[in-house]
Design a protein around this ligand. Structure first.
Ligand code: IPD
Ligand code: CA
Length: 266
């Protein structure tokens, strides 16, 4: 019987390969700039393109063939198979960017056991980037090791504040105000997964959002942990089923930022 380590290594290699193939498929289906009408709305500002479904179908099939004993959950089709290990896929995170022909989006694939993220892969083909990590083996960008930033002063910090229509706009504005009043700069770039990857790579100091779903973060959690970022306990409580807030931050500013934004789930 293969050890857990060797079975995780096999799954990690397959996850990178399948996510990169999925990224190439999605990229081939990306609409040109200015063609936002090819996307439909699941609800206001909640985008869906044909590429989301096609990419999810590709990954679901590839994983079912390679690991029929594993569970699978995708953003577009929901559950499906259950198992001790659960693959969680966001076929395109940053769909609003994708639908506009922009580059900042990715395929996000994570493997979770109960409330632990075992490995994760984020493939951003239009940016030529693959982020990957397996528990205990470090995090990489295009194969090179990455670390969260060494920032210790909030006045030097750059923080992405995620927005979705799932929470009232006033809650978002309050969060932006708190971040800026703490001395940091606030920005939003339309892909939670890519924002989290930037925290892991030291290109952002923090990513915060008052509610985000499991599939948006599942690919990033192992990458953040292995890169030394401090992350709120997303997988506790209802996180795996109905989502949670998230704060992922460079360790040197994490406590100060959490205090400044009243982040109690920390
Ligand atoms: C959304 C993006 C966005 C984040 C939202 C997500 P989608 O996912 O990651 O940046 O703020 O919470 O729902 O719709 O692009 O897959
Ligand atoms: Ca998403």
């Amino acid at each position: 019987m293969p050890s857990l380590a060797s079975s995780l290594e096999r799954r990690f290699d397959a996850a990178v390969r399948i996510a990169e193939q999925a990224g190439a498929l999605a990229l081939s289906l990306r609409p040109p700039p200015g063609a936002a009408t090819v996307a439909t709305l699941k609800s206001a500002q909640n985008w869906l393109t044909e590429a989301d479904g096609a990419t999810e179908a590709f990954v679901a099939r590839a994983l079912a063939e390679a690991f029929p004993e594993d569970g699978f959950q995708g953003e577009e089709t929901g559950g499906g198979r259950t198992g001790r290990l659960r693959w969680v896929l966001d076929p395109i995170d940053g769909t609003s960017n994708f639908a506009r022909g922009a580059d900042r989006w990715c395929v996000s694939l994570g493997l979770i056991e109960d409330r632990t993220a075992l490995l994760g892969v984020l493939v951003a083909p239009a940016m030529g980037e693959t982020f990957a990590a397996r528990q205990g083996h470090g995090a990489t960008r295009n194969g090179a090791p990455i670390r969260a930033a060494a920032t210790t002063d909030l006045r030097r910090a750059i923080v992405e504040v995620g927005w979705s229509p799932r929470r009232p706009n006033d809650i978002y504005w309050q969060l932006v105000r708190d971040v800026m009043n703490a001395g940091a700069s606030a920005r939003g770039s339309g892909s939670g997964a890519m924002g989290l990857a930037d925290v892991a790579a030291g290109r952002l100091d923090a990513y915060v959002e008052r509610h985000i779903n499991l599939w948006d973060v599942a690919g990033a959690l192992a990458i953040l942990a292995e890169a030394g970022a401090q992350v709120s306990p997303f997988l506790e409580g209802d996180g795996p089923t109905s989502g949670n807030p998230i704060l992922a931050a460079a360790p040197g500013i994490a406590e100060a930022l959490a205090g400044a934004i009243g982040f109690t789930d920390w």
